[in-house]
Design a protein around this ligand. Structure first.
Ligand SMILES: Cc1cc2nc3c(=O)[nH]c(=O)nc-3n(C[C@H](O)[C@H](O)[C@H](O)COP(=O)(O)OP(=O)(O)OC[C@H]3O[C@@H](n4cnc5c(N)ncnc54)[C@H](O)[C@@H]3O)c2cc1C
Length: 418
């Protein structure tokens, strides 16, 4: 078996009862959440807990796999804990990780990272959907959403009514219809396709941005060089690849690869194989049989992140390569920070100060913090810089520890609200 199977996660509560339950044209919701990744599911859950009518939509069928390193750092776990989800996470039986081993030029360095967890997105996202559904959210899978521009907002509605809602077009199995939301939360990942009709929201990749690759496959005895409690990070001239064991005993692989390496007629498997081989490491035995998924270019920025009754959250706002599980932590932090503003908009209506406060919150809590990851991304892309950094960390292991601690801590705005 080279992919997760639904049956291997039979113990996860299913959201089946609420799936595609015939939501009608022009149905209106307090919030429409587009994308059931970590940002969308947590946002839907928090809003449903306020007693609001919430529609969570995703274009994929669940459970589904996703290109991701699957490592939850301390901050991500704290955010889940603060949302009362700690015991549910424990029921997924995530693998505990204590360190990352970085391999470069046939040398390796262990960076201590206590308290990490590894859990597949197949299991994690399905569980978060079921938590949102249990909180009262309605979930539609296999349904593609597209936000209508404001001046397209349902022409049949009165002016005051159309100002109170945003329109979202839905499409599933050839059926097309519209729904209305007092607020729309766009959590649809890297290139935020649901915003393609809105002006000014283009998602612009950085020139030369690396491409993501991912796969999940069975672990064999030949893979014993990958200890269960260690994340392996293998760096080479074409990029880097991370491997970790997840809750069902399979290995999860996630890589960021220079686009030029994939353009020179080499298959993704050949590029990944050469990363292991140039470090003198065996290629995980089942990797050649695995389904390898790809992403659009990773590092990117969205020109805008909000407009009237619309917030863009996490990867949809732009992407900085994560190194120790920051990606999901940022996504969940954004959902938690946005929740009071979402509630305010539903309760009191939209006012332009909400937009300013939304942007300031994210500037402070996430965008500034991404500086460390931007720096690490540059270091990993430059063999000489990486060699120097690894030598420094060997001499001063406390420097690596304090870097890891910094990206793991909760932003001060969340600490205050605890
Ligand atoms: C190679 C790689 C390794 C990574 N490793 C880690 C790691 O170890 N730890 C970590 O914390 N983070 C990691 N990340 C980052 C992490 O995966 C993301 O930051 C995180 O998934 C962002 O969550 P999100 O909810 O914003 O978007 P996503 O999780 O991408 O969810 C977006 C959802 O929107 C849906 N969607 C898209 N378009 C539409 C549409 N039009 N209509 C309806 N639905 C739609 C998609 O199907 C998807 O389910 C990694 C990323 C990559 C690429």
């Amino acid at each position: 078996m080279t992919e997760h199977s639904a049956s291997s996660h039979g113990s996860i509560p299913s959201g089946d009862s609420a799936r595609n339950t015939g939501i009608a044209t022009q149905d209106s919701f307090d919030a429409i959440v587009i994308g059931a990744g970590v940002a969308g599911t947590l946002s839907a859950l928090l809003c449903a807990r306020e007693g609001r009518r919430v529609l969570l939509v995703d274009r994929q069928k669940f459970p589904r796999s996703k290109v991701c390193g699957c490592c939850l750092n301390g901050r991500a776990q704290e955010v889940l804990k603060s949302a009362g989800l700690e015991s549910g996470l424990a029921r997924l039986k995530p693998v505990s990780t204590t360190a990352m081993r970085v391999h470069q030029s046939r040398k390796s360095l262990v960076v201590t990272m206590p308290g990490g967890l590894a859990v597949s997105r197949f299991a994690l996202d399905q569980w978060l959907i079921s938590e949102a559904v249990q909180a009262g959210a309605e979930f539609m899978e296999d349904t593609t959403a597209s936000v209508a521009p404001r001046n397209d907002a349902n022409p049949d509605q009165s002016r005051s009514n159309s100002n109170a809602f945003r329109t979202v077009d839905l499409e599933s199995n050839g059926r097309r219809w519209q729904v209305q939301g007092r607020i729309v939360l766009v959590c649809d990942g890297l290139s935020h396709p649901s915003l393609s009709r809105l002006e000014g929201f283009e998602s612009v990749p950085r020139p030369g941005a690396r491409i993501g690759l991912g796969a999940t496959f069975a672990r064999c005895s030949a893979d014993a060089w990958i200890p269960t409690d260690e994340i392996q990070m293998v760096v080479g001239p074409d990029g880097y690849v991370g491997v970790v064991e997840v809750e069902d005993g399979q290995l999860n692989l996630a890589a960021a690869i220079r686009p030029a390496a994939l353009q020179s007629r080499r298959t993704p498997l050949q590029v990944l194989t050469s990363l292991f081989e140039c470090n003198g490491l065996p290629v995980p035995l089942q990797l050649p049989q695995a389904v390898i998924r790809g992403t659009v270019p990773l590092t990117r920025k969205s020109r805008r992140i909000s407009e009237e009754r619309l917030f863009v959250l996490r990867d949809a706002t732009g992407y900085v390569e994560p190194f120790t599980g920051e990606g999901m932590a940022w996504a969940m932090t954004a959902s938690l920070l946005a929740a009071p503003l979402v509630e305010e908009c539903i309760r009191d209506g939209w006012d332009s100060t909400i937009e300013d406060r939304f942007q300031q919150t994210f500037e402070k809590a996430i965008i500034r913090e991404q500086g460390i990851c931007r720096l690490m991304s540059t270091v990993v892309g430059n063999p000489l810089l990486l060699k120097m950094t690894m030598s420094t960390f060997r001499l001063m292991p406390w420097a690596a520890r304090s870097l890891v601690a910094r990206v793991n801590r909760l932003p001060s705005s969340l600490k205050r609200s605890e």
